[in-house]
Ligand binder design. Sequence first.
Ligand SMILES: *Cc1c(COP(=O)(O)O)cnc(C)c1O
Length: 361
Amino acid sequence: MAQHTDKITQWIRPEIRAIAAYHVPDASGLIKLDAMENPYTWPEWLVDAWLEQLRAVGLNRYPDPAARQLKVRLREAMGIPAGMEVLLGNGSDELIQMIALAVARPGRVVLAPEPGFVMYRMIAGLAGMEYVGVPLRAGDFGLYMPAMREAIRRHQPAVVFLAYPNNPTGNLFGRDEIREIVELSPGLVIVDEAYAPFADETFMGELGKHDNLLVMRTVSKMGLAGLRLGLLAGPKAWLDEVDKARLPYNINVLTQASADFALKHHDVFDEQTRRICADREWLFGKLRDMPGLTVYPSRANFILFRVPAGRADAIFAGLKEAGVLVKNLNGAGGPLTDCLRVTVGAPEENAAFLDALTSQL
Ligand SMILES: *Cc1c(COP(=O)(O)O)cnc(C)c1O
């Protein structure tokens, strides 16, 4: 056993050993409000039509490596500007990884605002790059531009990731601030629009106006998290290079057929999205009226809130005891101390969450 450990120390890269594995908690039997999933399933007629479509899929063949049909559908559904190229990933997580692999060199930097999406840091580590987190403003989690300018100047990042809206804070950064970051950055700037369906704001229209801007999307948060499909849009010259870091058949046949089918029926998702946005406003109002909470306005399908000092772990455990799983961000420390994040669920799930929370406060 000891020898085993020695060999691990000898051969596993130190930056890999230093990473804590991404932990996904067991949610069995719980109301799942921790991972920004869409709570709604499909009407039965749609499920039947989908299964019928899958009959024609040949599992014996490799998928179309370029996923041509699906890309045409995605271009339309996501409003990709004419002249811009599209690259697909097994979730946008894989796209982040492909970008990092394409630029990685010892000492090169991935930069992102903090608190932000944990995968930027994690994948930078996997790729053997340095990660620089730049603090957001304390009060409202907006970009703190003096720190951002200074960090970009000092670290000359190969890639800057900006989640728009940001996770886990839920806010949209200022458009002019993002434009300035694009202008100042020597390398790529990726605007990560994972929550675009809930925000009605996008940088798609800016593609091609800057020589270093790419926009990333995913179908996960709009209701297809199980498919694992993300998209990177931008100038062909950039995407051709990033594409070289992609394994040839990364989007499997079932995902290609299912996503194509689902996006053909996007009105179902549009309706669910409208519902979730309306319920987000309702839930925000209820949380804001609760004594002792600080609630942060959200343009995504989740809400960040701060509980009375020192109570987050106990409240999180109490919610779980009552059958509701949210995300406990208290362990992240810093500006997320005392913070929990709740995904907007179906109305009865939101009500159960509020009941459970009320009895904890
Ligand atoms: C959830 C999330 C993603 C990951 O999306 P997948 O396509 O499911 O991998 C990317 N960026 C942000 C900001 C997210 O919150």
